[in-house]
Design a protein around this ligand. Structure first.
Ligand code: TYD
Ligand code: MG
Length: 455
């Protein structure tokens, strides 16, 4: 049989295929398959059976060593997402859409680390030194002591880092780096993987904390950050909505701390500003109580976050009424509508339903079910909930309401922002929600009867 000298890899998930296909079997992405020269090709190819390896030393799990001291950037939102500061000898991936603010965040982070007395090297493969300097100047970071280089040849980068031995090295971005041992172009799956592998190894050997920037790519010419997620210790994604100033840094993997932690920032004319109180940011635009508007006491990672859920229900001119959702799951909305119809008799047939989470944030928790149900009923019945009320709880298909986790935290956050009442499932721990009186309900029928005054 003929030997394959090339293979085809998905630039989204890295799955390897023997033949080119239009759609990746691994992740389902279209047009993401690219031809690659496999790493094992070449004269060094040898089966392991013939080469005798070195015997490696085995050790006990117990250790006398204290955990490595973490270094703090002084940017609280960043330190929190890292699980309480940066761990030496660790590799961190920061992914995000182009233009979302990754370079800005890391330049500010680098400056902050440097000001705290750590040696920091920033390697830019995308911008010239003059550009980075100009940005640093504008953000008032020029005197922070960050050492800068514009370079894409990884061999040179590693030699430099070995000589400098910084505490922190930032590589912006991993897709611009290339090693001469791999034939394919920079940004290809093999190059990105090989570079990330070398940099991770460097981190472990020299004790440097390495941060890799990875662009999330849409069209598959360039490998996305997902292809290196498994190699690094920590994966952070920087997210935001077009047209909104807020940015969320989210940990999706962390070997040294909780995953799911978030940090909230606001993009301003003078760089990224920390948002210490995100609930206030997302509720900022709320004014008089309006039918269809409900405040959901949610949770992002371990952090309580209050957001406004808005519903609009209107007679539909179409034979197929519209169901439009922004910031929540469309399937989940269909479920809530069906449960309301089946368990309370309040139908939405012939009505267009629009649901929106204000502020451009996305809610993923089932705990939002009850808030969505309240917003829909409130819009349908044209009855506003009292202004100082928060809602949370999960809805089951039987119409019963189920308590959700961390109710105390949610209530505490509500109290902090001046809310005095809560609508929650029966069995919810009241906690010491300091001044929030919670109304406990067993099912949606009771909700309709007691809160919306219809049976
Ligand atoms: P950047 O950090 O270059 O994004 P990335 O590295 O993720 O591609 O940020 C790009 C955007 O941020 C750019 O469109 C302008 C905006 N920005 C501000 O609004 N204020 C600022 O102070 C800076 C530096 C950037
Ligand atoms: Mg950038």
């Amino acid at each position: 049989m003929a030997k394959h000298s090339t293979q085809f890899a998905c630039s989204d998930c890295g799955a390897v295929h023997k033949k080119w296909t239009g759609r990746c079997d691994g992740c389902g992405a279209w047009n993401s398959i690219r031809e690659e020269v496999p790493l094992s090709a070449g004269p060094s190819k040898q089966t392991l059976g013939t080469a005798k390896g070195r015997r490696v030393a085995l050790v006990d799990l117990a250790t006398e060593e204290a955990p490595p001291p973490r270094t703090f950037s002084g940017i609280a939102e960043l330190d929190r997402v890292l699980g309480g500061g940066l761990v030496p000898a660790s590799a961190t991936l920061v992914g995000g859409d182009p233009g979302i603010g990754k370079s800005t965040l890391l330049l500010q982070g680098a400056a902050s680390f440097a000001r705290a007395g750590h040696a920091v090297v920033y390697v830019s493969g995308e911008e010239a030194t003059a550009q980075v300097r100009m940005r640093a100047q504008r953000l008032g970071l020029a005197d922070a002591g960050v050492r800068l280089a514009a370079e894409t040849n990884l061999r040179d980068v590693l030699t430099t880092l070995e000589a400098e031995k910084p505490d922190l090295a930032i590589i912006d971005s991993i897709q611009t780096m290339w090693v001469d041992t791999v034939e394919s172009a920079p940004g290809s799956v093999s190059q990105v993987r090989a570079c990330a592998h070398e940099l991770t190894r460097f981190a472990k050997r020299f004790g440097t904390a390495v941060i890799l920037v990875g662009h999330v790519t849409k069209e598959g010419q360039i490998a996305g950050p997902r292809v290196v997620e498994h190699m690094v210790d920590t994966v952070l994604y920087f997210e935001g909505e077009r047209g909104h100033q807020f940015r969320i840094l989210r940990a999706t993997k962390n070997r040294f701390g909780p995953a799911d932690e978030i940090g909230v920032f606001e993009m301003t004319g003078a760089g990224l500003a920390e948002v210490a109180n995100p609930s206030a940011l997302f509720l900022g635009e709320r004014d008089t109580p309006a039918p269809g508007s409900v405040v959901f006491a949610g949770l992002e990672g371990t952090r309580p976050l209050l957001v406004e859920i808005q519903a609009l229900v209107a007679p539909s001119p179409h034979s197929q009424p519209r169901r439009a959702v922004v910031g929540w799951d469309g399937g989940r909305l269909a479920m809530v509508l069906a449960v309301l119809e089946a368990r309370t008799g309040i139908g939405f047939a012939g009505l267009d339903v629009y649901l929106n989470v204000a502020g451009g944030i996305r809610v993923g928790e089932p705990a939002a079910d009850l808030a969505v149900a309240c917003a829909l009923l409130s819009a349908r019945e044209d009855a506003a909930l009292p202004r100082e009320t928060v809602v949370f709880g999960e809805l089951s298909l039987s119409g019963a309401l189920r308590p959700v986790t961390q109710s105390e935290n949610r209530l505490k956050e509500a109290a902090k922002l001046g809310f005095t009442a809560a609508i929650v499932p029966r069995g919810t721990k009241p906690g010491d929600g300091a001044g929030v009186s919670s109304r406990q309900l067993g099912d949606v029928a009771t909700l309709v009867g007691e809160v919306f005054g219809a049976a």
